[in-house]
Write a protein that binds this ligand. Structure first.
Ligand code: AMP
Length: 119
């Protein structure tokens, strides 16, 4: 496997165990943990273990992991009972969409009503 440059983002530190996280799911491809500043009663982040800075930078060879992240989001939503009333999955890509951590992550949000369009 090709050597990756060190992932200096906060999520890289979580993946290396340098800072703690409340992990709710882990497998060989991804890690899911509670957001430190939740914007909903349930707010989980699902991240790939390989560093993909943002969705728009995902490569052809990473298409399987992109599907896996969504699959895991749905599984966690079911485990938390969020599928009964509905939930939201969000990916912020780039500054204009308020991405603040440049390690791809899915926000799984549930436990309250959401409006549309999003802000
Ligand atoms: P985004 O703005 O889409 O890049 O989302 C980044 C998310 O990471 C925000 O919702 C933050 O609250 C969350 N976050 C930042 N640092 C941590 C951390 N140490 N543990 C858990 N979540 C974090």
């Amino acid at each position: 496997m090709k050597e990756e440059p060190e992932n200096t983002t906060i999520f890289g530190k979580i993946l290396r165990g340098e800072i703690p996280a409340e992990v709710v799911h882990e497998d060989i491809h991804c890690l899911a943990f509670k957001d430190i500043q939740p914007v909903a009663p349930q707010h989980i982040l699902i991240i790939p273990k390989r560093h993909i800075p943002r969705l728009s930078e995902a490569t052809e060879e990473q298409r399987t992991i992109l599907g896996h992240l969504l699959f895991v989001a749905a599984k966690i939503a079911r485990d938390l009972g969020l599928d009964r009333e509905g939930f939201r999955v969000v990916v912020n890509d780039g500054e204009r969409a308020c991405q603040s951590v440049f390690h791809l992550h899915l926000h799984l949000l549930g436990g309250r009503d959401f409006s549309w369009p999003p802000g």
